[in-house]
Ligand binder design. Structure first.
Ligand code: GCU
Length: 840
C-alpha cells in the first residue's frame, strides 16, 4: 500500500505544474496519439555538446517524447528517409549535397520543412538550426501536425534581454525573487536555472543577454567575477545566447586610476586590458551595455567629452573581438525645475543625442526607451527614433512591469509594444515605422534591434505571475517578427502554457486583451502617465508625487487645469521634436489622439472630449470602468476551474483577487485626489461617497488600535485608518466593533487592510462572535513585489468574503494582532449586497 501511495505521489509530482517549464511543457497532444506519422530518428549534424545543433537534437528528442510519448534515437548518421534532420545549411550540404532551399537564409534564420516522414530543420547558422527545432516543436505541441515548408528570418540582428541584477543578489525593479545569477558579490555556484533560462530565451529566438544592472558596479570586473561570467557564458552557449555586461563608466577610477576620462590614454588602455581579459575567457561575448550620465551614473560629460566619445571608447576596445556597445539614450537631468514652464524631461534624449548622429562607431547601437520619458502606461514614441539616420538604434522595452503593476496586476503588453513598433514617424514625409528604423531597413543601417528588461528571478515561474510570462514570450516573437499579431502570439502562448481547450484559450485571451486598457483606465489615462510614487517604488497610486520634484514626470495639475503643454507655440516645444507631419498632429489639440491629450496639452478640467464628456468626468468614469474590468477577471478566471492544474489555477486566482482589490485603491486614490483638487462633482455622485462602507476609525476601538492619518491622504478611505502602534507591548492586539447598519441580506464583505513588508500581522472578522474569516499580512511572501513599509497606496489591500448572510444589527468585530512594524492596519469594511452590482 505504502509503495502504491509513493508511486501515486511521484506521479503527481511528475505532472505538477509549477510554471517552471513556461511554454516548453511538451504536454501530450491528443492528435499525436498515433506515432505512425512520426519519423523514426533524429539526426543532429553536430556532436559537440556546446553546439546549439547538439542542443537541438536533445530538445527534439525531449519534446517528441512529451508530445508523442515516444523516444526517438538521436544520431549523426546519414539516413535520409524517415528522419528529422537538424543542422546548419553548410553541414547539410556537406552531408547530403547541395540544396536550393537555403539561399534566402539570413543570419540566425532557418528553413523548416515538415513532411510525413521527413522533417528538415536547417539553420543559416547553428543558432538558426536550434530556433528551427523549437519552431517545429511549437507546431506539434499545438497539434499542428500537417506538412509545411517555409523560411523564417529575423527582422533584426539584435534581440537581447537585459537583466537588472545586482551583485548582491537583489534585482532593481525585479518582482520575482532574487537573482539567478549573483549572490553576495559573486556569480552563484549552481547555474542550473541560468541554463534553463537560456533554453527559454533560445525558444523565442533571443540571442543576447546583459546579465547585470545598468546601474553597474565596477566590482563586476574583478577576476573572480570574470571567471563567473565565463561560467555563465559556458552554460548559455549551447543555447546560442551570447552574454554581455553593463559597465560602470568610472570603473578605472574604482580600480585605482586617477581619472575615467574616455580620451585619456591610461583609461583607454585600462579598458583595453579588461576587455581583452574578458574576451580571453568569453571569446563570443555579445558586448557591453552602458548607462552614462544618467540618474547619477558617471559618464563622459564629467570631462566635457561627448556621449559619443564615451560610447566610441568602448566600441574601439570591443571591436577587434566582434563586440557590440549598446549605449543608452536614457540621459536626462533629474534636477529640473517645474516653475520653468519650458523645462521638459521628454526633450532630453533628442537634445543630448541629435547632434551626435553619425559620430558613433559602427559597432555602437543607441538603445532608446520606447517612450519619451520612462516606461509609462502610455507615452508617445520617443522622438529620438527620428533623429539618428546615421546611427544604429535599438528599442528598449520592459517585460518586468515596473510602472505596470509589478506582476501583481495582469497586464499583457504586446498590444502596447505593437502600437509603438508600428508607429509611423514619417521622417522626411516617408514611411518610417519604428520597427523599420530599429531593424536598420529605413536608414540602411547594418545593426539594430531590441532589448527588453526582463528581470526574471528565482521564483519557480520566473516572473511571479504565471500570466506575465506571455509578455516574455511575446517579446521574443515580436523581436523576431514585429508584424506578428498580438492576439495570435498570445493564443499560441496560452495553448503551449496551459491547454488547447477552447474555453481556456478564449478566457485567457479575453482577460489579457482587456488588461492593458483596464490598467491604463485605473492608473492614469489621457496620457497623464502612471500616477504612482515617482520617487519611490512605482507600484501603488500617489498622484501628488508626480509634481514638485526634479524628476520631470509632471502633470502640472492645479485646481483648474492639468497636463503638460508640450506645444511649440506655447509650451516646452517637445511636439516640435517629431518629424513635420507628426509634430503638426501633436501641436494641434484637435488632432492629438485623446489618449495623449494631457501629454501634449495643458487644459482645464472642464475641457470637452470628443465623447462630450469633460476631462474630469472622463477621469472619474475611466477609473471606475478600469477597476470594474479588473474585478471581472476574477469570475472569468474562476470559470476555468477544473480545466487547469490546481497549482497554477490557485496561484493566478490569488493574484487576480489581489488585483481586483488594488484596482479599487487606485480608482479611489486618483478620483479623490482630483475631486479634492478641482472641487468638481462626479456627475454620477460616486467619488467621495461610499454608502456601503464602515470606516474603521468610526467603529468602537479597543486594545491597541488608534486612528492613523494616511499619507498620501487619498490612499486611505476618509484619509484615516487605524493601526496598533505598540506591537511589542501588551497592547499588540486590538479590535473594533459596531452594529451592522444595513438591511438584512447576503453580502460580499470586503475588508480593506494594510499589508506592509515587515511583519506578519493577523486579522479576523466575526459577526455576532461567529468567525467569518481570518488572514495574515504576508503579501511580502506571496507577491514578491517591491517592499513598502508603511500604510499607503502600495500596501492597502482588500480581502473579500463572499456570500455572507447578515442581519441588520449584527455585531461586527474585526480583531487585529500586530507583528513587529506591521500594526494590523485597517481602513474600512465594505458590505456589497450580493447580486445588486453595487460599486463602492
Ligand atoms: C527607471 C527605473 C530605474 C532604472 C532606470 C533606467 O527610472 O526606475 O530603476 O535604473 O529607469 O532605466 O536606467
Amino acid at each position: 500500500m505504502m509503495r502504491f501511495l509513493l508511486f501515486l505521489a511521484s506521479l503527481a509530482l511528475a505532472t505538477a505544474e509549477d510554471g517552471s517549464k513556461a511554454w516548453l511543457r511538451y504536454a501530450r497532444v491528443a492528435q499525436a496519439n498515433s506515432t505512425s506519422s512520426l519519423p523514426a530518428s533524429i539526426i543532429a549534424l553536430n556532436t559537440t555538446k556546446s553546439s546549439p545543433v547538439y542542443t537541438a537534437g536533445q530538445e527534439l528528442a525531449k519534446g517528441i517524447q512529451g508530445i508523442f510519448g515516444k523516444r526517438l534515437p538521436i544520431s549523426n548518421g546519414t539516413a535520409k528517409t524517415s528522419s528529422i534532420i537538424v543542422g546548419t545549411a553548410a553541414a547539410y550540404e556537406r552531408e547530403f549535397g547541395n540544396s536550393s532551399h537555403f539561399s534566402d537564409l539570413k543570419e540566425d534564420g532557418f528553413w523548416l520543412s515538415i513532411d510525413v516522414e521527413s522533417v528538415r530543420i536547417i539553420g543559416q547558422n547553428e543558432r538558426g538550426a536550434l530556433y528551427g527545432a523549437f519552431e517545429y516543436l511549437s507546431h506539434i505541441a499545438q497539434g499542428r501536425l500537417g506538412g509545411t515548408s517555409f523560411i523564417s528570418n529575423p527582422n533584426s540582428p539584435i534581440r537581447w534581454v537585459n537583466e537588472w541584477d545586482n551583485l548582491d543578489g537583489t534585482i532593481e525593479r525585479g518582482y520575482a525573487g532574487p537573482s539567478i545569477f549573483f549572490k553576495n558579490g559573486v556569480v552563484v555556484d549552481d547555474l542550473t536555472r541560468v541554463a534553463e533560462y537560456a533554453r527559454l530565451l533560445a525558444s523565442i529566438k533571443i540571442n543576447g543577454i546583459i546579465i547585470n544592472n545598468v546601474n553597474a558596479k565596477a566590482e563586476l570586473l574583478n577576476s573572480t567575477n570574470i571567471e563567473g561570467l565565463a561560467r555563465i557564458a559556458d552554460v548559455m552557449r549551447p543555447f546560442g545566447v551570447q552574454v554581455g555586461i553593463s559597465l560602470n563608466f568610472a570603473s578605472p577610477q574604482s580600480f585605482g586610476l586617477k581619472t575615467f576620462d574616455p580620451l585619456d590614454t591610461s583609461v583607454i588602455s585600462w579598458w583595453n586590458n579588461v576587455t581583452n581579459q574578458i574576451y580571453s575567457r568569453v571569446p563570443d561575448m555579445a558586448g557591453y551595455l552602458v548607462k552614462a550620465n544618467s540618474e547619477g551614473q558617471p559618464g563622459p560629460l564629467t570631462y566635457n567629452r561627448t556621449l559619443a566619445d564615451g560610447a566610441n571608447m568602448f566600441a574601439k576596445v570591443a571591436k577587434p573581438h566582434g563586440g557590440i556597445v549598446m549605449f543608452r539614450a536614457f540621459v536626462y537631468d533629474n534636477h529640473l525645475n517645474e516653475s520653468h514652464w519650458k523645462d521638459d524631461r521628454a526633450n532630453a534624449a533628442v537634445e543630448f543625442f541629435k547632434d551626435l548622429d553619425g559620430k558613433f562607431d559602427d559597432n555602437v547601437v543607441v538603445q532608446i526607451k520606447y517612450g519619451a520619458i520612462d516606461f509609462q502606461v502610455r507615452e508617445p514614441v520617443s522622438p529620438l527614433f527620428a533623429h539618428l539616420p546615421n546611427s544604429n538604434t535599438a528599442i528598449e522595452l520592459q517585460v518586468t512591469q515596473e510602472y505596470l503593476g509589478q506582476q501583481a496586476h495582469l497586464v499583457y503588453l504586446a498590444p502596447m509594444w505593437k502600437e509603438t513598433l508600428e508607429f509611423d514617424m514619417r521622417v522626411d514625409s516617408k514611411p518610417s515605422k519604428v520597427q523599420d528604423i530599429i531593424s536598420g531597413q529605413r536608414f540602411k543601417r547594418p545593426l539594430g534591434g531590441s532589448a527588453a528588461v526582463v528581470n526574471v528571478g528565482t521564483d519557480t515561474n520566473w516572473l511571479g505571475h504565471h500570466l506575465a510570462l506571455s509578455n516574455l514570450y511575446a517579446y521574443g516573437r515580436l523581436a523576431w517578427n514585429p508584424s506578428e499579431d498580438a492576439k495570435e502570439i498570445l493564443q499560441d502562448w496560452i495553448s503551449l502554457t496551459f491547454s488547447q481547450d477552447q474555453k481556456v484559450i478564449d478566457t485567457i485571451t479575453k482577460m489579457s486583451l482587456l488588461s492593458w486598457p483596464a490598467y491604463e483606465n485605473y492608473t492614469g489615462n489621457l496620457g497623464i502617465q502612471t500616477l504612482t510614487d515617482i520617487t519611490g517604488n512605482h507600484f501603488g497610486p500617489n498622484p501628488r508625487a508626480m509634481d514638485n520634484n526634479g524628476w520631470g514626470q509632471w502633470t502640472r495639475a492645479d485646481s483648474l487645469s492639468i497636463g503638460m503643454d508640450r506645444t511649440v507655440s506655447n509650451g516646452t516645444g517637445n511636439a516640435g521634436q517629431y518629424p513635420k507631419e507628426i509634430a503638426e498632429m501633436y501641436e494641434n489639440i484637435e488632432t492629438t489622439p485623446e489618449d495623449l491629450l494631457l501629454w501634449f496639452h495643458h487644459v482645464p478640467y472642464t475641457q470637452k472630449l470628443k465623447s462630450g464628456k469633460t476631462v474630469i468626468q472622463h477621469f472619474y468614469d475611466s477609473h471606475y470602468a478600469g477597476a470594474e474590468t479588473a474585478a471581472s477577471f476574477v469570475p472569468m478566471w474562476e470559470s476555468l476551474k477544473g480545466k487547469l492544474d490546481e497549482q497554477r489555477y490557485n496561484d493566478v486566482l490569488f493574484r487576480q483577487i489581489y488585483q481586483a482589490g488594488h484596482a479599487v485603491v487606485w480608482r479611489d486614490a486618483i478620483n479623490n485626489f482630483y475631486h479634492n483638487l478641482s472641487s468638481i462633482e462626479d456627475e454620477q455622485k460616486r467619488v467621495g461617497r461610499h454608502p456601503w462602507r464602515i470606516e474603521a476609525e468610526g467603529m468602537q476601538l479597543s486594545g491597541g488600535y488608534v486612528p492613523v492619518h494616511i499619507e498620501p491622504p487619498e490612499a486611505g478611505s476618509n484619509s484615516t485608518a487605524i493601526a496598533i502602534l505598540a506591537t511589542n507591548s501588551t497592547a499588540s492586539t486590538g479590535s473594533v466593533t459596531t452594529t451592522v447598519p444595513f438591511e438584512s441580506g447576503t453580502y460580499d464583505i470586503g475588508i480593506q487592510y494594510f499589508d506592509i513588508s515587515s511583519g506578519r500581522a493577523s486579522w479576523s472578522i466575526s459577526l455576532n462572535n461567529q468567525t467569518v474569516g481570518q488572514w495574515i499580512g504576508n503579501l511580502e511572501d506571496k507577491l514578491g513585489k517591491a517592499a513598502a513599509d508603511s500604510m499607503n497606496g502600495h500596501t492597502s489591500t482588500r480581502i473579500t468574503f463572499l456570500g455572507v448572510k447578515v442581519q441588520k444589527g449584527d455585531m461586527l468585530r474585526v480583531t487585529g494582532k500586530g507583528d513587529g512594524k506591521e500594526g494590523a492596519g485597517l481602513d474600512y469594511v465594505v458590505f456589497l449586497p450580493k447580486g445588486k452590482m453595487v460599486i463602492d
